[in-house]
Design a protein. Structure first.
Length: 307
């Protein structure tokens, strides 16, 4: 099986690092310095404070990529349209692009370009951080679950490749509840860590931060209930705080974006809750405020006072 990973950020790089040993894998990304570092010196990965290196192909130009049966979409939401165009170039006629992205709305963008028969959903709890060009750190080997649609055989095939590479994986008939359950956890972590400029664990260390987590997650739960979504979470607030503590040293993806001055995924995470809340008549004032604050962080990045 040929596999393309479209988006060689933290998540895509960690997956590529693991899959490289037993699969024909190529990373596709616009970050030329990262691509060059991988091609010239391999992809370095820090796992449990031990550094390993694998040889892996990477490119910024998909035009010369050999056709692939599976494309894993691991870009941020702002690049989904670009990823769809890349997938259209590299997928075989019966290939499938699985989105492992955060939030809501990415499947629709991919399907509009590729057709529903070529788009699958995946949910991952893998944690990763980019340390520099060609260098990534594993923050947690969580499970990646693939939808059985639109191609059952490919879902099992890619899950098997994950397993063989040391990455936990599963296949499921009901990804919707998993997507929403992960969304609720991201709602409670990403924006707050980005605004406060703290690693995940800091959200559990003070009563004020914990209360903010509770407020935004409870709003999201109310929206999910109004939408008729059955969640995998018995106690969403407690389970979000458990994730916070389990990934205490990790920098959330949104915090990493803010620190780089890059666009965030606020619109597909907290913004998705606000939009669904408005559609369903559920108030979401805390999530709306977080959206505005993160948008303001993005807009004022060039004016930021140095620490």
């Amino acid at each position: 099986m040929n596999i393309a990973i479209i988006g060689a950020g933290a998540l895509g790089s960690v997956i590529g690092f693991h899959l490289a040993a037993g699969s024909n894998v190529i990373l596709i990304d616009l970050w030329a310095e990262h691509v060059h570092a991988i091609n010239s010196g391999g992809l370095r990965c820090l796992i449990d404070n031990k550094e390993r290196v694998v040889t892996l192909s990477a490119t910024t130009d998909p035009s010369g990529v050999e056709p692939v049966e599976v494309a894993l979409i691991t870009v941020k939401a702002a690049q989904t349209a670009w990823a769809a165009e890349v997938a259209a170039q590299v997928l075989t006629t019966d290939g499938v692009a699985y989105t492992l992205q955060n939030g809501l709305g990415n499947v629709e963008i991919l399907s509009a370009r590729l057709g529903k028969q070529h788009v699958g959903q995946a949910v991952t709890t893998l944690g990763a951080t980019i340390l520099g060009p060609g260098y990534v750190r594993v923050a947690g080997l969580g499970t990646t679950t693939f939808s059985i649609t639109p191609a059952l055989h490919l879902a099992y095939a890619i899950a098997d490749r994950f397993h063989a590479s040391g990455l936990p994986a599963a296949v499921s008939t009901d990804l919707n509840r998993m997507v929403w359950s992960k969304l609720l956890v991201n709602v409670g972590i990403n924006a707050l860590t980005a605004i406060l400029r703290v690693p995940n664990g800091a959200l559990a260390t003070t009563p004020t931060a914990r209360n903010l987590v509770r407020k935004v997650v409870e709003e999201a739960v109310a929206v999910a209930q109004a939408a008729g979504i059955t969640l995998n979470l018995t106690d969403p607030v407690a389970e979000t705080l458990a994730v916070v503590q389990a990934t205490a040293d990790n920098y959330s993806s949104m915090l990493q974006d803010v620190l780089r001055g890059a666009p965030t995924e606020i619109d597909t995470i907290n913004g998705a809750i606000v939009r669904e809340g408005a559609r369903l008549g559920v108030p979401t004032p805390c999530n709306a405020m977080l959206c505005e604050l993160v948008a303001a962080l993005e807009e004022t990045a060039p004016l930021r006072v140095p620490a």
